[in-house]
Write a protein that binds this ligand. Structure first.
Ligand code: IFM
Length: 441
């Protein structure tokens, strides 16, 4: 049996994001986000669903915090909705937006749970999208203003900030493939958005340092670090081409290695980089967050974009069809340690969607329990190997709006009945509680 042994100061948490759990999208002066608009467009989200109610955490956070207390996790990672704070993206601040987050943060702290706050988890104010969204340089400056307002309002109580969640998804799924809001399909828009998201991170980091508040700031990346499908050198080369686009477009500038020129040249892409940008983006951060779910296998394929595709893996899959590859997490932690020069790493997301079986008060989810056990064993291995892994945030605390998949995929360790909004801890909740307590088998 694999060991689940962690240092006493290892940080345990669970995670969510505003649009996925809050609901209350029309309350207390919140403006519209690109996801409100996108989910109204026919055919974009499973069954035409949206985040209008979601898990209703906006009203039910006391109950959720009670469940978090029962879990024994020391931290909760959640995101702030930019359109609650600035309904138009910038300009006139909506004080009621902060009232909610003040209540949430105070209630967490009152329960001994540290708030870890993500500033941007994909809900760009629609007003900014209408001015070009992340393809417009000005959006990065609007983000820095919004970040500064958040530091002012919450910085006395929030000490840990994540600037941006998975900029790859915002850029490539939102502007490249059109499967996420705002739904554009252009590789050059995606590349431009990627640079502006990196710049937004750099500006928000600089703004935080300027406050002198002394907490820690990082970013959460969904790196893709495929393994070659075979031992052929062509497949190894295919891996590097995918890693350039899917990982080094972010880790390159963030850790001072620059953008992956081979990828940009091959695709004929010119990034809107201005003097001083690269220095801002590469300013040292305090930690790197990794959102890990799976590891693809890559194969050379001259007919595919970048001459590379993901090969069938042969591994069992989650409800999302994502291969379950726990050892891929160890490979990714090693890769990230090398790339980032050894700064502290956190798993800022890890978890799985499976179908649950609700039986009275119990919710059985053995697939998720097995997934978590295997990935946590790898985390333990990583710590014992000496990798700088300092904590783990399970995705997700509660079932929620899974973007284009709507409510068809459940990632929570707490079950949410989306009709009654009743919460029920799943078997995986009790398993995770035991891992945190150090008593899990
Ligand atoms: O639900 C998402 C989350 O918002 C970002 N990372 C991946 C999760 C599962 O798809």
């Amino acid at each position: 049996m694999a060991r689940l042994v962690f240092p006493p100061d290892f940080l345990w948490g669970s995670a969510t994001a505003a649009y996925q759990v809050e609901g209350a999208t029309r309350e207390d002066g919140r403006g519209e986000s690109i996801w409100d608009v996108f989910s109204r467009r026919p055919g974009r989200v499973h069954a035409g669903e949206n985040g209008d109610i979601a898990a209703d955490q906006y009203h039910r956070y006391p109950e959720d915090i009670e469940l978090m207390r029962g879990l024994g996790a020391g931290a909760y990672r959640f995101s702030l909705a930019w359109p609650r704070v600035y309904p138009e993206g910038r300009g006139k601040l909506n004080p009621k937006g902060f009232d909610y987050y003040q209540r949430l943060v105070d209630a967490l702290l009152g329960s001994g749970i540290k708030p870890v706050v993500t500033l941007y988890h994909w809900d760009l104010p629609q007003a900014l999208e209408e001015k070009g969204g992340w393809t417009a340089r000005d959006t990065a400056y609007a983000f820095a203003d919004y970040a500064s307002a958040c530091y002012t309002a919450l910085g006395d109580r929030v000490r840990d900030w994540i600037t941006i969640n998975e900029p790859w998804c915002s850029a490539y799924l939102g502007y490249g493939r059109g499967v996420h809001a705002p739904g554009h399909r252009s590789e050059s828009m995606a590349a431009s958005a990627a640079h502006h998201l990196n710049l937004a991170h750099g500006l928000a980091l600089a703004a935080y340092r300027a406050t002198g508040q002394g907490g820690s700031v990082g970013i959460a990346l969904n790196l893709s670090t495929p393994r070659p499908a075979t031992a052929k050198p062509e497949d190894a080369a295919a891996v590097e081409r995918l890693v350039d686009r899917d990982s080094r477009m972010f880790t390159g500038p963030l850790f001072g290695h620059g953008y992956p020129e081979a990828y940009l040249k091959k695709e004929g892409l010119a990034l809107p980089v201005e003097p001083g940008d690269m220095e801002l983006i590469a300013a040292p951060m305090d930690f790197l967050g990794l959102n890990y779910y799976s590891e693809p296998a890559a194969v050379d394929d001259p007919s595919a974009p970048l001459g590379a595709t993901h090969a069938p893996s042969g591994y069992p899959e989650t409800g999302m069809g994502w291969p379950i590859v726990p050892q891929g997490l160890l490979r990714q932690l090693r890769w990230a340690t090398r790339e980032s020069g050894g700064i502290p790493l956190y798993i800022t997301e890890n978890g799985a969607a499976f179908e649950d079986r609700v039986q009275g008060e119990r919710v059985h989810d053995e697939g998720r329990v097995a997934y978590l056990r295997d990935h946590l064993a790898v985390c333990s291995e990583a710590v014992h190997e000496g990798l700088p892994l300092k904590g783990y945030f399970l995705w997700s605390f509660i079932d929620n709006f899974e973007w284009a998949w709507g409510y068809s995929q459940r990632f929570g360790i707490v079950h949410c009945d989306f009709t009654t909004l009743e919460r029920k801890p799943k078997d995986s909740y009790y398993f995770y509680r035991d891992v945190i307590a150090g008593t899990a088998e």
